[in-house]
Design a protein around this ligand. Structure first.
Ligand code: FPP
Length: 257
């Protein structure tokens, strides 16, 4: 009884949330998304897989703007992995046309939003027409100071790590670095995400629960959020649901709260 009265009259500190139930001060700086389920979304509707990829592409703007609206600083999207070349040639060719199609439609909006586009992956492996448009988008948005939209194209984390290890080994061999000087930050600086914070939150759609060679080093302390929803059905509301779930987690980074 006494306890109950005490509780009634003790004012709890109020956590301010926005209209989405999100705490503005605790928005993840970096969100990474594995946009999965395009093929199954299409199959469920009796459509070809590529129709799923186009529907998936049409979701990228909605989610990018949602991220920007709540103050996410970096949004990294897994658009094509180094393993995706194993898919049928028609599907690969279609996927390689999507950046052009998407940027032709959406680049102006992103520029108006002060967003910066960056590509991570192995550019030399991309067809010329894809490389040209993504480089142009990077160039046009280079000076923008708003959200960084980081698109992973021909990206594979193990190869990224191997390349970093080789560069570090070269520095040691050339006497620019000693073994004792190699630290976490040395790796960070040699990865394709150099200069960016590690993802705070990783979202994967479509019910698959794995990393699929995405940001393996960078996700050491990332919070994961999985949903059964296929990427073309993903929406702002689901995105905000993921952010709220993130805000409910207790992050300890190996320590004690
Ligand atoms: C995985 O779904 C999705 C991809 C390999 C491609 C993702 C690409 C987009 C969403 C469009 C990218 C847009 C831009 C702007 C570059 P899946 O095909 O593996 O689906 P499934 O597991 O159901 O077969």
């Amino acid at each position: 009884m006494l306890q109950r009265l005490k509780r009634l009259f003790t004012t709890q500190p109020q956590i301010q949330t926005d209209e989405h139930g999100i705490v503005p001060d605790a928005v993840p700086n970096h969100v990474a998304i594995i946009m999965d389920g395009n093929g199954r979304w299409a199959r469920k509707r009796g459509m070809p897989r590529i129709a799923g990829h186009r529907a998936g592409m049409n979701k990228v703007k909605e989610i990018s703007l949602a991220a920007d609206d709540i103050g996410v600083k970096v949004l990294t999207l897994y658009a094509f992995s180094t393993e995706n070349w194993k898919r049928p040639i028609e599907e690969v060719e279609f996927l390689m046309r999507l950046p052009e199609e998407w940027l032709a439609k959406e680049l102006d909006t992103l520029i108006a939003r002060n967003c910066r586009i960056r590509i991570i992956g192995e550019p030399e492996g991309l067809p010329g027409h894809t490389l040209r448009v993504v480089r142009e988008a990077e160039e046009k948005t280079r000076a923008n100071t708003g959200m960084i939209l980081n698109i992973a194209l021909n990206y594979g984390s193990r190869r990224e790590i191997l390349s970093a290890v080789r560069q570090i080994a070269e520095d040691v061999q050339a006497g620019r670095l000693t073994l004792d000087e190699i630290e976490d930050t040395t790796m960070d600086q040699h990865l394709l995400t150099a200069g960016l914070p590690d993802p705070d939150l990783l979202i994967r759609t479509s019910g698959e629960v794995r990393l699929s060679n995405f940001l393996l080093w960078q996700c050491a302390y990332t919070e994961f959020w999985f949903t059964e929803v296929f990427w073309p059905d993903f929406s702002r509301d689901y995105f905000f649901q993921a952010i709220r779930a993130f805000q409910g987690r207790g992050r300890r980074f190996g320590g004690l709260k």
